[in-house]
Design a protein around this ligand. Structure first.
Ligand code: HEM
Length: 188
């Protein structure tokens, strides 16, 4: 928080209001927003997709009419893609090409493909604008009797190994399909 504040004060100064046009000049603030979205994507599982026909994807058989759920929450914490995945380290996004425009498959807080979030430009701007304005206008402190280390910031959710992609079957499909032929996709 101190580093974001320092960056905002250096670029904007104490008297001017935070404006959307300032966002492009705040790389560390952008990295903080990305790191928050990596660890805490507001939509942890993307909207379901359905395979229109049989396909083989990276060696995995996906029968027709399979619903595919992409677990963005787990992908964002996958140790194969991220160093120290559970640590909040915005620096990992500085000088990195990793972005959430749907091309970096290890980082998909707005989804990807045809059904990716149409509100990305607005959502992205608002996150920076709200965070930036709150930090620019006010000093934030915990009450004196609260210790940051003792605060429970855990989310009541599953462990990353539970699944990265799950295949569900409609009842009409189960009867006709060899379910055993379908492998679990642990990493994408
Ligand atoms: C931090 C802000 C936001 C995040 C993280 C977010 C995330 C997402 C995600 C993950 C999806 C599903 C994409 C997929 O399945 O590939 C989605 C879809 C969608 N989002 Fe957002 N969203 C945000 C803000 C917004 C805003 C501000 C709007 C509208 C003003 C919006 C409108 C939509 C719509 C309409 C869809 C459905 C698109 C479709 O099915 O074709 N989102 N969003």
């Amino acid at each position: 928080m101190a580093r974001v504040k320092a960056e905002i004060f250096e670029i904007i100064g104490p008297n001017k209001k935070f404006e959307e046009s300032d966002i492009d000049n705040l790389p560390y603030t952008q990295a903080v927003v990305k790191e928050a979205l990596r660890l805490h994507p507001p939509l942890p599982i993307l909207f379901p997709r359905r395979a229109m026909h049989y396909t083989n994807f990276m060696g995995y058989d996906i029968p027709e009419i399979t619903q595919v759920l992409v677990n963005v929450w787990a992908i964002g914490r996958d140790p194969e893609s991220w160093d120290d995945p559970l640590d909040f380290k915005p620096e990992r996004f500085l000088n990195s090409k990793s972005d959430f425009k749907g091309q970096c498959f290890e980082f998909l807080p707005f989804g990807a493909g045809r059904r990716m979030c149409v509100g990305l430009p607005l959502g992205n701007r608002m996150l920076h604008f709200v965070l930036g304005s709150l930090l620019h206008e006010s000093d934030w402190k915990l009450p004196s009797n609260i210790n940051p280390r003792s605060m429970d910031m855990k989310e009541p959710t599953f462990h990353w190994t539970d699944f990265n992609i799950t295949f569900l079957y409609s009842s009409q499909n189960i009867s006709g399909q060899n379910v055993n032929a379908i492998k679990r996709c642990d990493s994408i």
